[in-house]
Unconditional design. Structure first.
Length: 209
């Protein structure tokens, strides 16, 4: 496998502070009761539309997404940091001739801005994110089509079952990482071919697949 797809939130970066603060601000501005912290954490990973759809109709969802994105663009996007050791891991993978891509459910312009601000955007051949109500499979597939990537040559790396499901739907091998927002049982139940508990462990898990 030569082409490696990385999820963003919970995989490459710890963005939980900015995301949770933006959800909190959104529900506050809408005058709604704030969901529990455990519920808010489940919103990290899926498309925004899928999370807000549980609380209202299409008009509500559209409004909530607009409020969220404004707050996240102004404040939340800056409340983020790379997981320790990841710049070195990315550089090693590039030195080993892997081609790296981002496949995230985050709004694509925000993903590009975040990785640019963190100084690692140039490590990736392409940064692909949601352009609306895209599923993870939709995002990965758009990247595969644009870069003419065969499924047998690609691997999806992510922290939640959405990443595993999205990768498997397109015939990719998958690695679940355990430092993000998912759980090992959930990752394995949804098709993870391997698990990694630290960024550096990824280097040992990719080659055997």
């Amino acid at each position: 496998m030569k082409h490696l797809f990385f999820d963003l939130d919970g995989t490459l970066v710890d963005s939980s502070e900015g995301i949770l603060n933006s959800f909190t601000q959104t529900f506050t501005e809408l005058g709604m009761e704030l969901p529990t912290l455990e519920t808010l954490k489940t919103f990290i990973g899926p498309p925004l539309e899928a999370s807000f759809a549980n609380y209202g109709d299409d008009a509500f969802t559209s409004n909530a997404v607009t409020i969220y994105r404004k707050h996240y663009t102004d404040f939340g996007i800056h409340q983020v940091q790379l997981y320790q050791g990841f710049p070195e891991v990315l550089d090693q993978l590039i030195a080993d001739n892997y081609l790296l891509y981002i496949a995230t459910s985050k709004h694509e312009p925000m993903a590009v801005q975040m990785l640019t601000d963190l100084g690692v955007a140039d490590r990736f051949i392409g940064i692909f994110g949601s352009l609306g109500k895209d599923s993870k499979a939709d995002v990965i597939n758009r990247a595969m089509v644009k870069h003419d990537i065969p499924a047998k040559d690609a691997l999806m790396i992510g922290d939640t079952h959405y990443d595993m499901i999205g990768g498997k739907a397109l015939g990719l091998k998958t690695i679940g990482v355990t430092w993000g927002f998912g759980t090992p049982p959930s990752l394995l139940e949804n098709g993870a071919d391997a698990l990694a508990s630290t960024p550096s462990e990824l280097l040992k898990k990719i080659d055997p697949l």
